[in-house]
Write a protein that binds this ligand. Structure first.
Ligand code: PLP
Length: 463
């Protein structure tokens, strides 16, 4: 019998609202010296628009729920939601100290803590709108520092925005083929390094598709030999460095080598429990700040303290993002043995646990052992076309029962590494992908597998 819906919903959101109310009273009290201003907004109408919005918001998948495992979505921690919301009542702007006094300091504290995660202290960096902007800044700095070597190389599995950002910067972009595990093939890179003016190599630490980790340790050695800049795109995978000792041997070494890269992008809105609009760029050598400073307006130099707008391509940025990350790092410090680390490890364990369930059943196949918390799998079939059709049907059946996955199109050659009997009658096959990014996913693996089995049984096997 299906469970009865809980009239309060699956999450205690209203309780968060009550904490926010208390904090808002306190905040208003702290500004009580300013003369009173009568609000000139229509509360009744505002409320009715908000209720209308609530109805519209229901047209979403339940991203916050463990049965949502489709795209890379991880709900923000309540403390991040609350801190962001609270800060919005002041709406500080972290481009300059005058506009975001307290939150600029919080941002610098957060950057120091993120830098230490990679052994960089001091570090230069700031929060960004997301990983794309963070990567753009690193690629721009690379172009400014080595104008005679403008080209950027990244693996063919790197995030699609690197090619787009290279076009924006007006520099060549060279995709490097990947090895069977989906990480950059260094032999292919060597051939390119010998013939092209590569100024920056991007190492992806956790690809968006497979969660594969480029060989950062060996790229560091190549950087020392060839002199390119090595940028790590750790937008999704960066936080896993905290638990690298628990990962497999090669992943551990690759994460450990991040400290040798020149710059690094990490998204607090991916694995750092933050709302969207929270990325970060870090530079190992604070000296690169001078590249930005040439372009910063003289108005920033009214104080000897650093204005974040002096070292950022963007001008206005939300101080609320810094407040949210600051509060989260207070509650959940980045400690190897802390609560944050053990929750993060749960997502990796979830991917391994679900892989175990699927492996124990001959109807399913794992396409690659999960390195982090992304699992790519498929129904078994000899015919590539039938396999794709069945996976698509399972995806739809599962969604209709409340389990949300993603479809992923991969080259048939890659699928044949796990399914050697697959007849290569097409170029690509559609398989299933689960992003098990929530700590709760671990406890829900058995339920997720039940849903998968139910969906599979509803999909007719091919003739
Ligand atoms: C998500 C992601 C990006 C893009 O970051 P946004 O925050 O979406 O702009 C870039 N690279 C990798 C590896 C990612 O996972």
């Amino acid at each position: 019998m299906p469970a009865q819906p809980d009239s309060k919903g699956p999450w205690r959101w209203a309780e968060e609202g009550r904490i926010l109310e208390e904090a808002l009273d306190q905040l208003a009290h702290l500004f009580a010296e300013a003369p009173r201003v009568e609000p000139d907004w229509d509360a009744t109408h505002t409320r009715s628009v908000l209720m209308q919005l609530t109805q519209k918001l229901a047209d979403n998948y339940p991203y916050f729920h463990p049965l949502y495992a489709g795209q890379m979505l991880k709900p923000p921690h309540p403390v991040a939601r609350l801190a962001w919301s609270l800060a919005l009542f002041l709406n500080p702007n972290n481009h300059a100290l005058d506009g975001g006094r307290a939150t600029s300091r919080m941002e610098k504290e957060c950057i120091t803590k993120l830098g230490r995660l990679f052994g960089w202290d001091p570090v230069l960096g700031h929060l960004t709108g997301g990983g794309t902007l963070a990567n753009l800044e690193a690629l721009w700095i690379g172009r400014e520092l080595q104008p005679e070597h403008p080209a950027i190389a990244a693996s063919a599995e790197a995030h699609y925005t690197h090619g787009r950002m290279a076009r924006l910067l007006g520099v060549p972009f060279i995709p490097i083929p990947v090895d069977p595990e989906g990480a950059m093939d260094l032999n292919a890179l060597d051939a390119v390094l010998d013939t092209r003016a590569i100024g920056t190599v991007v190492a992806t630490v956790g690809t968006t598709g497979w969660g594969a980790i480029d060989p950062v340790d060996r790229l560091v050695a190549k950087r020392d030999q060839y002199g390119f800049r090595l940028h790590a795109d750790a937008a999704y995978g960066g936080y896993f460095t905290l638990i690298r000792e628990r990962l497999g041997g090669s992943a551990r070494q690759r994460f450990a080598a991040l400290s040798e890269c020149d710059s690094l992008a990490i998204d607090p809105h991916k694995h750092g429990l933050q709302p969207y609009g929270s990325g970060a760029i870090l530079f190992r050598d604070p000296g690169v700040g001078s590249i930005y400073r040439h372009e910063s307006p003289y108005t920033y130099f009214t104080s000897s303290e650093l204005h974040l707008g002096e070292i950022s391509l963007e001008c206005s940025r939300p101080g609320a993002a810094a407040a949210a990350l600051w509060a989260t790092l207070e509650l959940l410090p980045l400690e190897t043995d802390g609560a944050f680390a053990s929750e993060l490890w749960k997502s990796c364990r979830a991917a391994r646990t679900l892989a175990g369930y699927l492996r124990s059943h001959q109807a399913w196949v794992i396409l690659q052992e999960p390195e982090l918390d992304i699992l790519v799998f498929s129904i078994r079939s000899r015919h590539a076309g039938a396999l794709s059709r069945m996976n698509r049907s399972i995806f739809e059946r599962a969604a209709s029962h409340g389990l949300h996955l993603a479809l992923f199109t991969i080259p048939v050659g890659k699928a044949r590494t796990a399914l050697p009997d697959l007849d290569p009658d097409v170029d690509e096959v559609t398989v299933l992908r689960a992003c098990l990014m929530k700590a709760e996913h671990l406890e829900w693996c058995a339920r997720i597998f039940e849903h998968l089995e139910q969906a599979r049984k509803e999909v007719p096997a091919p003739e």
